[in-house]
Design a protein around this ligand. Structure first.
Ligand SMILES: Nc1ncnc2c1ncn2[C@@H]1O[C@H](COP(=O)(O)OP(=O)(O)OP(=O)(O)O)[C@@H](O)[C@H]1O
Length: 364
């Protein structure tokens, strides 16, 4: 009888879809433990993604499903999440204290890659994850400004590490807080990649679930070398609707796929112009480009942000939208993007790197 009840509850949970994962709680491996004693069900459900804002809804969903099983007289549910490290490119070691690296990239500059990276990081943190940001945009480091810590310097430690700067709950490292980046303009590619890899490896990251890397814009040698040497779980491509940016965005998708990094999806930034006077929205650059690109490459379309002066003002004044106005429509979009990214990472059960051929790079 007892085993029968365990079996019936397991069957019920195998038919209950986690709305975030789009998968049931058994095949997503979230159900960790289930015992039944005199009709009292004790369950341990562990999600693979941060879900602070989702916990009460998921709790109700799960408890109702178990309670509806005939013979169950009560439910005790232990509901939590645990973010684990996922596979990276073949032959590359993961970083200690960093479970997952998310590269945020764009085919060209000025499309809002840094703005997307910082708001994605903050939205993941708002869901309860431990998050860091590495500003790898050596020619135009903007994370210190966006996180309101411009002028601060990294502290060097005796063990050759540097301490990340804390901002809005994120651990941040930026080349802009280490050197005068005007010098870097004259650096050749290998010097740039060397400095960025050193920054990544010598920062004393503390127990991160996700490290979001704000990549240098473009798809040249520096980006390719980084994509080959940094242990990345997945990449997010930021693009704008203009055709030229989309062409560049396609190059970004190709570059990551060539080196065996899965694309977590495409973010379409500045997709719609919102008039600051009347609030009216207009697609000044055309519609549907990001979605078409995602379909063409069979990658996920993560969402679209409007061209909104508030996003610019908030982010450029050191308080990105997700912290300045957490309930705004734009923050909700960043939240959805973060959830889709986290869920895709949680769903990444195996090493995808074998799916794509690895190419050799000459200029390291
Ligand atoms: N959705 C948006 N609406 C309005 N302004 C935006 C939006 N996204 C970004 N911006 C603004 O556009 C400017 C460029 O953004 P950002 O620095 O994020 O671009 P980028 O792609 O990282 O550029 P680069 O790589 O050249 O540094 C910034 O002033 C930023 O505040």
């Amino acid at each position: 009888m007892k085993n029968d009840l365990v079996q019936t509850i397991t069957t019920a949970l195998s038919q209950l879809i986690d709305p975030n994962m789009g998968k049931d709680f058994v095949s997503s491996k979230a159900l960790k433990q289930l015992t039944v004693e005199q009709g009292q069900a004790h369950l341990t459900i562990q999600l693979g993604y941060p879900a602070q804002s989702q916990l009460s809804g998921l709790r109700t969903l799960l408890e109702n499903a178990v309670r509806a099983v005939p013979g169950v007289t009560g439910v005790q549910l232990d509901l939590s999440w645990k973010i684990v490290a996922h596979s990276v490119q073949a032959g590359i070691k993961t970083l200690p204290n960093v479970r997952n690296i998310i590269a945020v990239a764009s085919g060209k500059g000025g499309v809002g890659k840094s703005t997307t990276a910082v708001n994605l990081a903050l939205a993941l943190a708002a869901e309860g994850a431990r998050v860091g940001v590495l500003d790898a945009d050596i020619y135009g480091p903007s994370q210190p400004l966006m996180l309101g810590v411009q002028g601060q310097r990294h502290e060097a430690n005796e063990d050759q590490t540097i301490t990340p700067i804390m901002a809005h709950g994120l651990q941040m490292a930026s080349i802009g807080c280490l050197i005068d980046t005007e010098q870097a303009v004259a650096w050749r590619g290998p010097m740039v990649t060397g400095a960025l890899l050193q920054l990544l490896q010598q920062t004393a990251w503390q127990d991160l679930d996700y490290l979001v890397i704000d990549m240098p814009p473009g798809t040249g040698d520096i980006q390719l070398t980084l994509a080959q040497k940094v242990p990345v779980t997945g990449a997010v491509i930021v693009t704008t609707p203009q055709e030229i940016a989309l062409l560049d965005g396609r190059r970004g998708v190709n570059m990551f796929q060539k080196v065996g990094i899965p694309i977590l999806g495409v973010v379409e930034n500045m997709a719609l112009h919102i008039c600051s006077q009347c609030g009216h929205g207009e697609h000044i650059f055309g519609t549907g480009g990001g979605q078409r690109m995602a379909e063409q490459y069979q990658v996920s379309y993560l969402g679209a942000l409007p061209l909104d002066s508030q996003i610019r003002e908030q982010t450029d004044s050191g308080k990105p939208t997700v912290v300045a106005d957490p309930n705004s429509p734009a923050s909700l979009v960043y939240g959805q993007i973060a959830r889709k990214v986290a869920v895709q990472i949680a769903d990444k059960a195996q090493d995808h790197s074998l799916k794509f051929p690895t190419i050799k790079v000459q200029n390291t």
